[in-house]
Design a protein around this ligand. Structure first.
Ligand code: GDP
Length: 869
């Protein structure tokens, strides 16, 4: 707007100007002329090339008048010039018209866009305003009532205000009578001269918080303007205009007030953001695919939320995790719900639905050979027995010659039935396969040497077989030996709840000699009998399912797996998935080294055509297509990765107890107990029996004396139970195996503590747990006798650190001999606080002297951990 005040508008253009009425406070108004800026148009002047064309219009008339013609110009020249000028003029008019048209279109466009934005904004504002208006209205009513009384006194003073339409109200709530473009139409009265200050003063008097009477009217105006903004929005009126005062807007109104520059800027910025789609999008509820474990960042990704927010929400739940840490599905589900999404659990079952899991009909089933594993103590003759059975069978005149070693073989019983033997003796293989989910064995043959009777591994084997709920046959071996006492074996077994037939029990016992071959047929017969009792059936006419017994990478043939078919028939060309690998059967080789085209139930075969080497115990499933096989294998790979990542979280005693309780049918908590001596172990076992209550019972799966071994960890993993260690430690390999497989080993040195823990877990009372952290181990290299001090051990710290303040235990052969504190910790001649791994030091125990060479000193610290279920 230019304040031209009656002056003629400048410039060449046509009538592109208009009147705008300004209104000021005190009711003064003032009409001003506005114009829009226009570009200057250059018109070429042929007479004076390069001369400014500003005077083009007047120049033409000037040249057309002969009297004013410059001297020395001919008529023809004059004509030419005039023609050029006319043409230029015409062009100029055309240009002007076109520009005007363009300008109009642009203006229309802008107007349309503005309206669209405004409409959107209005809607939103209306919604907000409706809410706010309601709240304000309530507030107003309340305040009105309060101020009514006060107002009476003030009303006399400000009598003028009596004429006002509205009752006094809170300044913020009262819509001030302000002229805003478009307001007038709504029937609002314009501010009267002199009324504004008076009104402001009156309000201030009544509310005590409004502008003071002394304030300049200008300030009051601005305030009212702000209020008007709110009010306008409330009514959803079209009060928003672009920052520029346009001609149409200006001429359409006879007056108007502009907003503050800041308000304008804010509004423009808002509109811009809206137009560009920056506005806050509607929250979208998503279906979040949730596997068994998920890394926090991936969870955030799947919810389309910020990882930091997810971490924050986990923190609120009391879980301190970083975004690269995996969390379990249950926790993740809580998070997902908190963010307002839906969790969709995906499990193996979902991806692996492709695997045919139809129940076989009774009429499709046929009898299948039993699968036998031989177990027993070392040197009791397992291998010899397997060899003897195989040899006896080969000698008995079957075609095919010498049996191949493929991890399993089939033999015929004297009655003509087939029996499949797994060629990997010992319970280690048995347990590791079970841990992988392959319950392959139907019958366990427990080999006990008649000259040695029951030994620790015999007991382990019994416990493993019992844990797997597999029937046993006892083979009393080495009966040919001088001094063999089969009867002793039978009575020894009674102690371990294995009552053989000869002792009027149910477990078959056969006297054999692997060396002479005595009793082999009787053993096979016993197996046949047991198999009949078990009534083992399978359906050969379906997609095969089997278990890997052995797998290796063969130089010439690539990955080869010995698979024991458990159901269905495996054929050449079948596509299968086995554990995390998949393949297409290229060839099948049986235990006699013959290439076959198909293998039915209980038949062990070598399978060629895998994409990698699977692990023993992996389950093989035939699927219908390569894509399916690949998909399942991929899923298993990622699932295994997730599981490994989350392996740190071992199944704890509490979790097991909770599980046991939730499972109404198997309300029992299985544990493995290892103790330092027979006496304490017995005591623990007896006490544990009494711990059970109505809901939960404690079952000891296996117990023993001495260090925790690999085999214990294997059994714990396969059966998903914790190991309770009383004054014993896991040996190095067992320790690493336990942490890898997530097996919980709980160490105790007081029987009461052990029982207390189990009782507490059983009754669900879990208090803060004092957990011991082993911070280091030291080995005693030499023991010195120092007068006045006593025995000092010269040690080498082998693991972690030795700390003066920490607790110590003296271990001899992984059994705790003494527990206490250190009297001294010396490095060379100095007393030190800490000694790092790899360095030598001197240690002496407080009030304990019996230290020997090769003892191990365990250094531990206690920490209190709040438990949760
Ligand atoms: P494994 O460790 O259980 O597999 O036992 P082996 O099969 O390796 O046998 C251990 C030792 O016992 C070997 O020296 C065999 O020769 C011997 N042995 C095995 N069975 C018999 C048997 O029936 N009679 C005799 N006298 N010795 C046997």
């Amino acid at each position: 707007m230019s304040d031209t005040d009656g002056k003629k508008p400048l410039g060449l253009g046509g009538p592109r100007s208009g009147q705008v009425k300004q209104s000021f406070s005190h009711g003064r108004t003032h009409a001003v002329v506005v114009e829009t800026k226009r570009k200057r148009v250059l018109v070429p002047n042929p007479a004076k090339p390069g001369a400014p064309a500003g005077g083009g219009g007047s120049g033409a008339s000037h040249l057309g008048d002969p009297s004013k013609r410059p001297a020395g110009i001919s008529d023809a020249e004059m004509e030419r010039r005039l023609a050029a000028l006319r043409a230029a003029k015409a062009r100029e008019q055309e240009d002007n018209a076109r520009r005007a048209e363009e300008e109009r279109q642009r203006e229309e466009d802008r107007q349309r866009r503005r309206e669209e934005i405004e409409a959107k904004e209005r809607e939103e504002r209306q919604r907000e305003a409706a809410l706010r208006a309601k709240a304000e209205e309530e507030e107003r009513l309340k305040r009105e009532a309060e101020e009514e009384a006060k107002a009476k006194a003030a009303a006399r003073k400000a009598d003028v205000l009596g004429t006002q339409r509205r009752q006094p109200a809170a300044p913020a709530a009262e819509p001030a009578p302000v002229a805003v473009p478009g307001d007038r139409g709504a029937g609002q009265s314009r501010p009267r001269p002199g009324a504004a200050p008076a009104a402001a003063g009156g309000e201030a008097d009544r509310s005590g918080g409004g502008p003071k009477p002394g304030l300049t009217p200008r300030k009051t105006d601005r305030e009212r303007e702000d209020r008007a903004t709110d009010r306008g929005a409330k009514r959803g009126e079209d009060v928003r205009r672009a920052g520029k005062l346009t001609l149409s807007a200006a001429t359409g109104e006879d007056g108007g007030r502009q907003r503050s520059l800041a308000a304008m800027k804010r509004k423009q910025e808002k509109a811009r953001q809206k137009a560009m789609g920056f506005s806050k999008p509607e929250k979208q509820a998503r279906d979040v695919q949730l596997p068994e474990t998920i890394v926090v960042s991936e969870l955030a990704n799947r919810m389309a939320e910020r990882a930091a927010d997810v971490v924050k929400s986990l923190m609120k739940m009391g879980m301190l995790v970083t975004m690269n840490q995996p969390i379990d599905a249950d926790t993740a589900e809580l998070v997902i719900e908190e963010f307002g999404h839906r969790a969709v659990r995906v499990t193996d079952a979902d991806v692996e639905q492709a695997i045919d899991s139809v129940e076989d009909k009774a009429e499709d089933l046929i009898t299948r050979p039993p699968v036998v594993t031989i177990m027993g103590h070392v040197d009791h003759g397992k291998t010899s027995l397997l060899d003897a059975i195989r040899k006896a069978n080969v000698v008995s005149g079957e075609a095919g010659g010498i049996t191949q070693h493929i991890g399993a073989y089939q033999v015929k019983t004297p009655k003509g039935d087939l029996v499949t033997f797994l060629d990997t003796p010992g319970h280690a293989a048995f347990t590791s396969m079970r841990a992988r989910g392959a319950q392959v064995t139907d019958i366990v043959v427990l080999v006990v040497a008649a000259d040695d009777a029951v030994m620790p591994q015999t007991i382990e084997a019994i416990n493993h077989a019992k844990a797997a709920k597999v029937p046993m046959i006892v083979a009393i071996n080495k009966v040919d030996k001088h001094g063999a006492d089969p009867q002793k074996v039978r009575t020894d077994l009674l102690q371990h709840e294995v009552i053989v037939e000869a002792m009027s029990g149910e477990v078959q016992d056969v006297e054999v000699s692997a060396k002479t071959g005595f009793g082999i047929d009787a053993l096979l017969e016993a197996i046949g009998l047991q198999a009949e009792l078990l009534d083992l059936k399978a359906n050969p006419n379906r997609a095969a399912r089997g278990a890997v017994i052995e797998a290796k990478l063969d130089v010439g043939r690539g990955p080869v797996a010995t698979v024991l078919v458990q159901n269905g028939t495996l054929k050449k060309g079948d596509i299968f998935v086995v554990g995390e690998k998949w393949g297409k059967v290229r060839a099948l080789v049986n235990d006699k080294g013959e290439t076959i085209t198909e293998a039915g139930p209980s038949v062990p075969v070598e399978v060629l055509g895998l994409d990698g080497t699977p692990s023993a115990g992996d389950v093989l499933d035939v699927v219908s297509s390569e894509a399916q096989a690949r998909e399942i294998a991929d899923y298993r790979i990622s699932a295994a990765k997730d599981k490994r990542a989350a392996a740190g979280a071992a199944t704890t005693l509490e979790q097991l107890m909770a599980k046991a309780k939730a499972d109404k049918e198997v309300a029992e908590l299985a544990v493995i107990v290892k103790g330092d001596v027979q006496g304490s172990t017995e005591a623990i076992l007896q006490a544990l029996e009494k711990v059970g209550n109505a809901e939960v019972r404690v079952r000891v799966l296996h117990s023993g004396v001495g260090a925790i071994t690999d085999s214990d960890v294997g059994l714990a993993e396969a059966s998903g139970v914790p190991i309770l260690a009383f004054n014993v430690r896991a040996n190095a390999t067992a320790r690493s195996a336990a942490s890898q497989k997530g097996v919980e080993i709980r160490y105790y040195s007081i029987i009461y503590d052990l029982l207390d823990d189990i009782t507490k877990a059983a009754s669900g009372l879990l208090k803060a747990e004092v957990r011991e952290n082993f911070i280091g181990y030291a080995k005693v290299l030499q023991v010195f006798r120092i007068t006045g001090v006593g025995n000092v051990a010269g040690c080498l710290v082998t693991e972690g650190v030795a700390r003066r303040s920490a607790g110590v235990r003296l271990l001899r052969d992984n059994v705790v001999i003494h527990e206490g504190t250190l009297k001294t910790l010396k490095r060379h001649k100095d007393e030190v606080k800490e000694v790092q791994s790899g360095t030598e030091c001197g240690m002496a125990f407080e009030r304990y002297e019996d230290i020997r060479e090769n003892d191990v000193i365990e250094i531990f610290e206690r920490e209190e951990v709040q438990r949760s279920l």
